[in-house]
Design a protein around this ligand. Structure first.
Ligand code: HEC
Ligand code: HEC
Length: 212
């Protein structure tokens, strides 16, 4: 991750970020698989501002609300990038609108370090639809989602963890990438989901939510 300092207020951040992602080919990601997986470090203390976040994202970043993503064990770089995009209004998160105004990069980095070091959420506990879960597993495999998200879907660097994420959130965010990706969203995801129908998105979300 390059220093965020010079980019702090840059409206061109999205362009910079997209450029950085475009360079990193799936092959390069796959080659470095497993090297960047988030490491649990429960000794990292929660920054003061984290108290605001856990009201929605759950204790230690493990969400208890279906439409709100867990942050625990997300790669640090992914969280940093999203926080900058949200603060700059390039990723539209109505629930967080304005809440990061003027928050310095150093604080965003500390929040990312804290949440990324928390233990991954447990796999979803709700009823498992075995047929749907298996369809999701097969589709994720044939669509090569693991090339970037890693074979266990734990994510790395700028690529998010999908395993044990909230099912409803996964479904919502995949529909958004496929149907109306905003300006700050990475075009590789719209491409990855092109032609995948709603029923298949449900299978994928069901599979990831029940993986760990
Ligand atoms: C009022 C509720 C609320 C609060 C408070 C809140 N968030 Fe969020 N946050 C959300 C919702 C809802 C989303 C998902 C939006 C979407 O994509 O539809 C989100 C998305 C995110 C994402 C992107 C995660 C992903 O997997 O795509 C990050 C990172 C994040 N929030 C970090 C934080 C941090 C750090 C704080 C505290 C400074 C915080 N949020 C405070 C509701 C909240
Ligand atoms: C070429 C690499 C690549 C491939 C292949 C890929 N993804 Fe992604 N995915 C990403 C990146 C990078 C992001 C973060 C994008 C951003 O910042 O907007 C992402 C984001 C996501 C998210 C949002 C998670 C969150 O917490 O916000 C979901 C869900 C997702 N991908 C599912 C999939 C599925 C399902 C597949 C296979 C059909 C797939 N991805 C294939 C790179 C990839």
């Amino acid at each position: 991750m390059p220093s965020l300092d010079g980019l702090q207020r840059s409206a061109r951040w999205g362009v910079v970020l997209a450029g950085a992602l475009a360079w990193t080919t799936p092959a390069a990601w796959a080659q470095q698989a497993f090297q960047g997986a988030a490491r649990v470090n429960a000794s990292i203390k929660a920054p003061e501002r984290a108290a605001q976040c856990v009201a929605c994202h759950g204790p230690a970043g493990v969400s208890q609300i279906p439409s709100i993503p867990s942050l625990a064990a997300q790669p640090k770089t992914f969280i940093e990038n999203q926080l900058v995009l949200i603060r700059e209004g390039l990723r539209d998160v109505p629930a967080m609108k304005g809440s990061l105004d003027g928050v310095p990069d150093a604080e965003l980095v500390a929040l990312a370090a804290y949440f990324s070091a928390q233990p991954a959420p447990p796999a979803a506990k709700g009823r498992v639809n075995k047929a749907s879960l298996e369809r999701g597993r097969e589709l994720a495999k044939s669509a090569l989602c693991g090339t970037c998200h890693l074979p266990q879907y734990q994510g790395r660097d700028q690529v998010p963890r999908l395993a044990s994420q909230q099912e409803q959130f996964l479904l919502d965010v995949m529909k958004e990438y496929r149907d109306k990706p905003g300006p700050g969203r990475d075009t590789v995801m719209a491409a990855a989901l092109y032609g995948i129908n709603d029923a298949q998105l449900k299978d994928l979300a069901h599979f990831f939510a029940h993986s760990r």
